[in-house]
Ligand binder design. Structure first.
Ligand code: SAM
Length: 230
């Protein structure tokens, strides 16, 4: 861990980097589209809940990857105000692409839909409302319904179950992204115990022994683990 204090700025959780390094990198990376910028601003206006928002560098990364990796179907677990879904939908090269996004809370959906419409991507995004795990278990693994990228960004307690379901729903050559792999650094502190921290720590610790998968944990935002099937 670094010796500076975590930066709790919504949308900016690159707390492992000294702020000057973070500023330098962000200033030299692609930022939000004008529509992404508007969604960011409306989410910030919510106050405290905005800390749940996708970090800017992840938004940029997902938009960046979606076209060259030819993502046509993306599953987004944890919609919130819709920034990750918007990044996938904006980045997809094909207007025939689909994003399926899941959240149990519809409270922020109006904000999401308004910005998806302004961005011209609303017709690419399907919203499922409910508890993520039963919803995932209900999704078909028929070959034409598999996903090229599955982004896991809901509660951390169940991350292992989400990854198991994601492996079932993943297209050949597809990737899974697990957000908050570092979970504010708490996963490294054995004395920090709660269901989310325990869930993420246990998942991280077992992942390396899981012979089904190959993984790389990136120090982006709050930690992003990429997984593919062996
Ligand atoms: C960190 S936010 C998602 C951020 C979003 N991906 C973005 O781009 O800003 C997590 C979301 O997951 C939802 N969530 C948490 N636990 C859930 C569960 N068990 N089932 C469904 N949704 C859940 C919350 O309601 C919240 O909107």
């Amino acid at each position: 861990m670094t010796d500076h204090k975590p930066a709790w700025t919504p949308g900016r959780m690159a707390f492992l980097l000294p702020p000057a390094v973070e500023r330098y990198m962000l200033a030299r990376s692609s930022s939000y589209s004008p529509q992404g910028d508007a969604l960011f601003a409306d989410t910030i206006a919510l106050g405290n809940p905005a800390v749940m928002m996708l970090a800017r560098e992840q938004y940029a990364l997902f938009r960046f990857l979606a076209a060259p990796l030819r993502w046509r179907r993306v599953l987004d677990i944890g919609t919130f105000t819709g920034l990750s879904a918007q990044a996938f939908a904006e980045g997809m090269a094909s207007s025939a692409g689909r994003v399926v996004t899941i959240d149990r809370d519809r409270g922020w959906l109006d904000i999401a839909r308004r910005h998806w419409t302004a961005a011209g991507v609303a017709d690419r995004i399907d919203v499922l409302t409910g508890e993520a795990l039963p919803m995932l278990r209900g999704l078909s693994d028929a070959p034409d319904l598999l996903f090229d990228f599955i982004f896991i960004d809901a509660d951390k307690a169940l991350v292992r179950d989400y990854v198991d379901e994601a492996l079932r729903l993943l297209a050949p050559g597809g990737l899974i992204g697990v957000d908050n792999a570092l979970w504010h650094g708490w996963v490294m502190d054995e004395n920090h115990r709660d269901t989310d921290t325990d869930g993420m720590r246990a998942f991280n610790d077992r992942m390396a022994q899981d012979t089904r998968i190959e993984t790389v944990m990136l120090p982006i935002a709050d930690g992003l683990t990429l997984i593919r099937r062996r």
